[in-house]
Design a protein around this ligand. Structure first.
Ligand code: IPD
Ligand code: CA
Ligand code: CA
Ligand code: CA
Length: 269
């Protein structure tokens, strides 16, 4: 048992409740989908999952802060700096099209550092979780988790490289740099959202990069990748999440310096 055992048990309880709602709405013929001001989709499942998690946290952790993608920051972090950060459905575009790669992301932060992360992808039958000092695990549910570990690949020429979208890197002015990396690697694939980071944490690929993410996209992933032995920074090499809309460069650790050299901001080189 670690200092976060009770919080991890609560995170699994939140994920169980989230999974019940999201799996019921996944591929439902009457799913309601609207467009947000930024023209990205949001479904009734996104809002219902976040409302349920908010209700459970209000009941179990009334003193903690909460930031969620759909309903914002309320309450704010308490005097001890504890704050839950939730993405009710990561991969909404997949969800609304019936693609099973989506998940509920739950993180606990202390003074802005993620200390616990849980990713639950019920349509894949898989969950990943970690807390600082307690290791990283994956399995179908809390009772049957097995430890996970990043790969030992040392050379980019032998690496599986994963990116979410090329257009994001084009907007960041680094399309040429990404293409160069792709030419150097053994294999490159695009898996968006949480999925590339969880494959990295399990050792199934070696590098995952996203140019611009919000705190709720990243917070839960960081403890899982780092407790599995990996490294997650922004493009300047600062530990992720570094604040604001930010990049998330994740590697098995062994390839981090090389990737930062190729994709980092000039200041990082
Ligand atoms: C999105 C995904 C996607 C990323 C976007 C996010 P959502 O999250 O994480 O991979 O490129 O920036 O908004 O909206 O499906 O929770
Ligand atoms: Ca997201
Ligand atoms: Ca979301
Ligand atoms: Ca969204």
């Amino acid at each position: 048992m670690t200092g976060y055992a009770a919080d991890l048990a609560l995170a699994h309880l939140l994920a169980d409740a989230a999974d019940a709602i999201s799996t019921d709405r996944f591929r439902a013929l009457d799913l309601r989908v609207e467009s947000k001001p930024d023209l990205t989709p949001v479904s009734d499942a996104d809002t219902a999952v976040e409302r349920e998690i908010r209700a459970l946290l209000a009941e179990h952790r009334p003193g903690d802060g909460l930031l969620g993608e759909e309903y914002g920051e309320q309450p704010a972090a308490g005097p001890d700096g504890r704050r839950w950060v939730v993405d009710p459905i990561d991969g909404t575009k997949n969800f609304v099209r019936g693609v099973p790669v989506w998940a509920t992301l739950i993180a606990l932060l202390e003074s802005d550092r993620p200390v616990l992360g849980l990713v639950s992808a019920p349509a894949l039958g898989r969950r990943w979780w970690a807390a600082t000092g307690a290791g990283a695990y994956a399995g179908p549910d809390a009772a049957s988790g097995a430890p996970i570990r990043v790969s030992g690949v040392k050379d980019l020429a032998d690496a599986s490289f994963c990116y979410s979208s090329l257009t994001g890197w084009e907007s960041a002015g680094r399309l040429d740099a990404i293409l160069q990396v792709m030419r150097h690697t053994w294999r490159s694939r695009a898996y968006g959202d949480f999925y590339g980071y969880m494959l990295l944490a399990e050792g199934a690929l070696d590098v995952m990069v996203e140019p611009e993410l919000s705190l709720w996209d990243v917070a839960a992933l960081v403890p899982i990748v780092t407790e599995a032995g990996g490294t997650v920074t922004d493009r300047a090499g600062r530990p992720a999440p570094a604040g604001g809309e930010n990049s998330a460069i994740a590697t098995n650790g062994l390839l981090h310096a090389d990737i930062l050299e190729r994709l980092g901001e000039p200041a990082a080189r």
